[in-house]
Design a binder for this molecule. Structure first.
Ligand code: DX5
Ligand code: ZN
Length: 219
């Protein structure tokens, strides 16, 4: 697998100081993971396009936008146009994932597909060539601070096997409960991009927490 991507989730940061919180991870992290929730696809509500547009001007770190929203066909392209590096939408919310992936790529972004806890990955393995990122939730989407579910790693292994056999350039991302005590098993299963909210922003020194996670993921 490629060298690990560490993507701290700003969901666990102080939203009243968002720009500073993102800058605090700028040198240490690869991507800033931005969780967009609409109180519809998931019961929680976070931030949307205006905040992402403003934040984009405040930092140079690539944005990994994770859309936990209904009707991503309608809303996702605007995040690509706002300068997101990667835009990930949920398989459960989209009836034509390939069409939306193509739209995102023509808007200049990487395209990501997310698989929630209760969704099997098999039906989507055929679609992997259309995506740059495949995000496997290791919790049920909706809230930070939940416990990592090792039983999701079978999906990571299935995607890793298919990506390797077909020689795909695909990032396999895990999201939910990733911390020093869980990141190694996720890496061992074949993940090479790691979202961490609480483990980074809950740490006394976020940059140091990122370095530690990176070392564990690369081992
Ligand atoms: C939850 C979000 C996650 C969340 C992870 O639905 O997609 O990105 O911020 O938080 P932790 O790392 O605390 O589990
Ligand atoms: Zn997320």
């Amino acid at each position: 697998t490629a060298s690990p991507i560490i993507a701290p989730s700003i969901l666990a940061s102080d939203f009243s100081r968002l720009a500073e919180e993102v800058r605090a991870i700028e040198g240490a992290a690869d991507w800033a993971h931005v969780d967009v929730m609409d109180n519809h696809f998931v019961p929680n509500l976070t931030i949307g396009l205006p905040v992402v547009q403003s934040l984009r001007k405040a930092t140079s770190i690539p944005f990994d936008v994770h859309l936990m929203i209904t009707d991503p066909q309608r809303w996702a392209p605007a995040y690509a146009e706002a300068g997101a590096y990667n835009v990930t939408f949920h398989a459960e919310a989209c009836d034509d994932p390939v069409a939306l992936a193509k739209t995102l790529r023509s808007a200049g972004a990487k395209a990501g597909l997310a698989i929630d806890r209760d969704t099997p990955v098999e039906p989507y393995l055929e679609l992997l060539p259309y995506f740059d990122t495949l995000l496997i939730m290791t919790i049920k989407a909706g809230f930070g601070g939940q416990a990592f579910m090792p039983e999701m790693l079978g999906k990571v292994r299935d995607v890793r096997r298919r990506a390797d056999v077909n020689e795909l350039e695909l990032r396999i991302e895990v999201d939910g409960g990733i911390a020093a005590d869980t990141i190694e098993q996720a890496a061992e299963a074949g993940a090479d991009a790691f979202v961490a909210g609480t483990a980074v922003y809950g740490a006394a020194d976020p940059a140091e927490a990122i370095r530690k996670l990176r070392g564990l993921a690369a081992a």
